[in-house]
Design a protein around this ligand. Structure first.
Ligand code: SF4
Length: 262
């Protein structure tokens, strides 16, 4: 299925459709939302009732961010409100199973690592991901969240490392960044730009400079796999004296680029 055709099948969401709250409404689960808002009550009394639609949970080497190289448990949620042209997780748009948070936690605890990455799809479309991340932090995990940048991260536990995408023109989703996320320019946030062309490089440099990302945040430039040569991007960063950090998707070099669950 082409990325573009997929958008028509979405019930609601994406840009110009009421913002992050409206996007999340589509994915709300059947459990009472009052229990989600009241974390203490939810965690003690009703944790087993909270559910997430999960695409897959697997153990592998983290391929991205400043946690690259760390053995990590990945929790991939189902559903995304965007349709990036280079998306490599199309299989997560719809496929998945409703899973209790207790079952997710039990699966994570099977592995001997303290690093967990919550990814998607777009994890923040499902409110139950918030108490899951808080619980993981409480249990001593180093939790990272990979998010598209189209949803406000304000409700995310501040202990979670946020890897926030800023969609470039080459993604096909350039106007979707929620500028509320600019308030998270701090050491616990990394802003990721997937570079598809020279135009994307220039656009990303300007965006990062104009919004102060280089001074206060960690900026990652990642070559769009199969579309941009990593050597070209490395040379570009050097020749333009960019302050961005070159990021390669390690897992695509270690395993087959099209492998799932790695
Ligand atoms: S935000 Fe991520 S999961 Fe969603 S379409 Fe873009 S690349 Fe795919």
């Amino acid at each position: 299925m082409s990325a573009r055709r997929g958008r028509e099948n979405l019930p609601v969401g994406g840009r110009g459709n009421g913002g992050s709250g409206a996007i999340r409404d589509v994915f709300r689960q059947s459990f009472p939302q009052s229990e989600v808002a009241n974390h203490g009550f939810a965690r003690v009394v009703t944790m087993t009732e909270l559910k997430l639609k999960i695409n897959e949970i697997f153990y592998s080497i983290q391929g991205e961010s400043s946690y690259a190289g760390r053995p990590t448990v990945f929790v991939r949620t189902t559903g995304c409100n965007l349709r990036c042209g280079y998306c490599d997780t199309v299989y997560a748009y719809y496929s998945g199973s409703m899973t209790t948070l207790s079952a997710v936690l039990a699966e994570i605890e099977k592995h001997k690592t303290k690093f967990v990455c919550v990814t998607g799809g777009e994890p923040l479309l499902q409110d139950a991901v918030l108490p899951l991340m808080t619980e993981l932090c409480d249990r001593g995990y180093n939790v990272s969240l990979e998010t598209s940048g189209s949803v406000d991260c304000s409700a995310v536990d501040p202990r979670v490392k946020k890897i926030i995408d800023v969609k470039t023109p080459g993604s096909g989703e350039v106007a979707t960044f929620d500028r509320a996320n600019l308030k998270f320019i701090d050491v616990n946030t990394e802003f990721k730009f997937v570079i598809c062309s020279e135009e994307d490089f220039n656009w990303s440099e300007n965006f990062a400079r104009e919004n102060g990302l280089f001074e206060h945040g960690n900026v990652l430039f990642s070559p769009s796999f199969g579309r941009v040569d990593e050597k070209w991007l490395a040379k570009k960063i050097l020749s333009e004296s960019s302050s961005a950090r070159l990021q390669l998707q390690l897992h695509k070099y270690i395993w087959s680029p099209h492998s799932r669950g790695v």
